[in-house]
Design a protein around this ligand. Structure first.
Ligand code: MN
Length: 197
């Protein structure tokens, strides 16, 4: 049994970049459906007592699609903070510079990845096991967890993430993410990975 956590902010906290209506539908209906379906699929199976990330790593097919979407959406929504730190700082900024030279280059590369992803999916910033940062695209529910990567940040580019607020303007929606993403959370995720090594 997996449980959808409550959002750490109110549904109107991301406006005007993401509206209360989008948060309510996207987190309250779409994300909830992925959790509900995952729970229905794991009941009475070997997956029943696993953590969500373990289910993602070990499953395939319809269970993978739903469990991974549940995981991806929590990762996405929990990157936002009404009091976000808008730029990488300190040693994480150094990591960004090692791979991208500038923060703007990283943002441009994520935008390009989002723009060129055909259909539904995700854009990811992850670390490899050596602490090198990289950007990948994932179609549908695809997850860097399956590729041995350590996700740090994701942007949902399924139409349901932006259509109510931005209609077909996916790129405008991607640009707006930088007003919401808290780099302190992203940097903390990086630190948490390498603390365990
Ligand atoms: Mn979504």
């Amino acid at each position: 049994m997996i449980t959808q956590p409550k959002l750490p902010y109110s549904p109107d906290a991301l406006a005007p970049y993401i509206s209360e209506r989008t948060v309510s539908l996207h987190f309250g209906k779409h994300t909830k459906a992925y959790f509900d379906t995952t729970n229905a699929l794991i009941a009475g199976t070997e997956y029943e007592d696993m953590e969500l990330d373990e289910i993602v790593r070990k499953s395939s097919g319809i269970l993978f699609n739903n469990a991974s979407q549940a995981w991806n959406h929590i990762f996405y929504f929990f990157t936002f903070n009404a009091e976000a730190v808008h730029e990488p700082e300190g040693h994480f900024l150094d990591k960004v510079k090692e791979s991208f030279e500038t923060v703007d280059n990283l943002k441009e590369a994520m935008k390009e990845a989002g723009k060129t992803l055909f259909g539904s999916g995700w854009v990811w910033l992850s670390s490899d096991a050596d602490g090198k940062l990289l950007i990948t695209q994932g179609k549908n529910a695809e997850s860097p967890l399956k590729d041995g990567l350590y996700p740090l940040l994701c942007i949902d580019v399924w139409e349901h993430a932006y259509y109510l607020d931005y209609e077909n303007r996916r790129v405008d929606y991607i640009d707006a993410q930088w007003n919401l993403i808290d780099w302190k959370i992203v940097a903390q995720r990086f630190d948490d990975i390498f603390e365990d090594f």
